[in-house]
Ligand binder design. Structure first.
Ligand SMILES: NC(=O)c1ccc[n+]([C@@H]2O[C@H](COP(=O)([O-])OP(=O)(O)OC[C@H]3O[C@@H](n4cnc5c(N)ncnc54)[C@H](O)[C@@H]3O)[C@@H](O)[C@H]2O)c1
Length: 343
């Protein structure tokens, strides 16, 4: 039985990873400060999920040192982070403190307490300025926005720790992840969570630009298969976690609409300038966010090469998009209905 730490364990991906590891019989410890995640994510109805949950920040040096010294982890999955892009843009110091500082602290404690494997959740958003498709791990043009900049910087620290101390460290560049437990309630949810929520409420989701912009979407179960296999990787590596296929926002909206049997039609917002309108601070003052930056974020294309993951770990994604969307809808509707009845 391995002793495994999962940070960000009350979030979308961390909760499912923790549960999968628990089902595999590992001794799992969960850390989350619940700034975004929720206890609800840790309820898996069919099974009794037993794991220690530590309510603490990954930036809390004393609490984290105590935890590492007590537990002597074999493996650390560092998945905690400030993930919504506009939140990072709006609170850059927090983004730096948590996404970079928190990662450095986790790396340093892993060095100090001789953790065997450090596995870090980075993002395909680091490819925002990269024009090679499908994008490969070795070719990145440094990103512009705060969120991918923090993840890109954290990757450099992962590389540095692996080189300086001979640690086994893997960075995952996740494409857009979807599946059960996707957040559909936060201020700016991921696109699928947002569309499902709006249809459920009888609203027309607002889609920016033409809706024809395409991205790579990975189903969470496929991602979990890869991140668990990655415990075998020795030394330092970066792995894309995507499908190499793309789908447009319009296609996603129409698949969701069909499955939910909704009459509402998505509204197209040709203007990209309203993209982060829920964050008025970004538009205020002498230096509002530039429209071309918003346009780039809305219109950007992502498509990840899966070759390296396939060659290294024999991994390929398996879940068809429509099946993944159906399972995402089923779970999200349960969450939304529970929320409705508790209000
Ligand atoms: N979901 C995606 O599409 C996607 C894509 C690329 C990368 N990622 C990365 O994968 C990881 C998991 O993403 P997710 O979708 O589950 O995000 P999420 O927001 O659902 O989960 C992140 C969790 O981290 C926790 N957290 C934030 N700050 C913390 C702190 N200081 N200390 C402890 N916990 C803290 C939050 O409360 C939350 O539960 C993140 O690092 C994210 O950047 C996600």
């Amino acid at each position: 039985m391995l002793k495994i730490l999962v940070t960000g364990a009350a979030g979308f991906i961390g909760s499912q990873l923790s549960y999968r590891l628990f089902q595999m019989g590992e001794d799992v410890t969960l850390v989350d400060d619940f700034s975004y995640g929720s206890e609800d994510n840790l309820v898996f109805p069919e099974h009794d999920f037993r794991a220690e949950i530590v309510h603490a920040s990954v930036t809390d040096e004393a609490a984290m040192d105590h935890l590492f010294s007590e537990k002597r982890f074999d493996v650390v999955y560092h998945f905690a982070g400030i993930t919504p892009l506009p939140d990072c843009q709006n609170r850059p110091s927090d983004a730096l403190r948590v996404n970079v500082g928190g990662t450095v602290l986790m790396l340093d404690l892993s060095r100090k307490y001789n953790v065997g494997r450090f596995l870090f959740a980075s993002t395909s958003a680091v490819y925002e300025n990269t024009l090679t498709f499908p994008s490969v791990e070795g070719e990145v043009v440094p990103p512009t926005l705060i969120y991918p900049s923090t993840k890109y910087a954290a990757e450099q620290f992962c590389r540095s720790y692996a080189s300086c101390y001979g640690m086994n460290v893997v960075c995952f560049r996740f494409a857009n992840v979807f599946g059960p437990h996707i957040d559909c309630l936060r201020t700016q949810p991921p696109v699928m969570g947002y569309i499902i929520r709006e249809f459920h409420r009888g609203n027309s989701p607002v889609l920016h630009a033409s809706g024809e912009q395409e991205r790579d979407y990975i189903f969470v179960d496929d991602l979990l298969d890869l991140v668990i296999r990655a415990q075998k990787v020795d030394g330092f590596d970066i792995l894309n976690v995507g499908t190499g296929k793309t789908v447009s926002v319009n296609e996603i909206a129409s698949l969701i609409q069909k499955k939910m049997g909704c009459e509402c039609i998505p509204v197209r917002h040709a203007e990209v300038s309203h993209f982060w309108a829920n964050y008025p601070e970004l538009y205020e003052g002498p230096r509002p966010i530039r429209e071309e930056v918003l346009a780039h974020e809305v219109l950007k294309y992502t498509c990840l090469s899966t070759r390296h993951a396939e060659e290294t770990l024999g991994w390929t994604p398996k879940t068809p998009l429509s099946e993944g969307i159906d399972r995402t809808i089923d779970f999200s509707l349960q969450v939304l209905r529970e929320r409705d009845s508790s209000n």
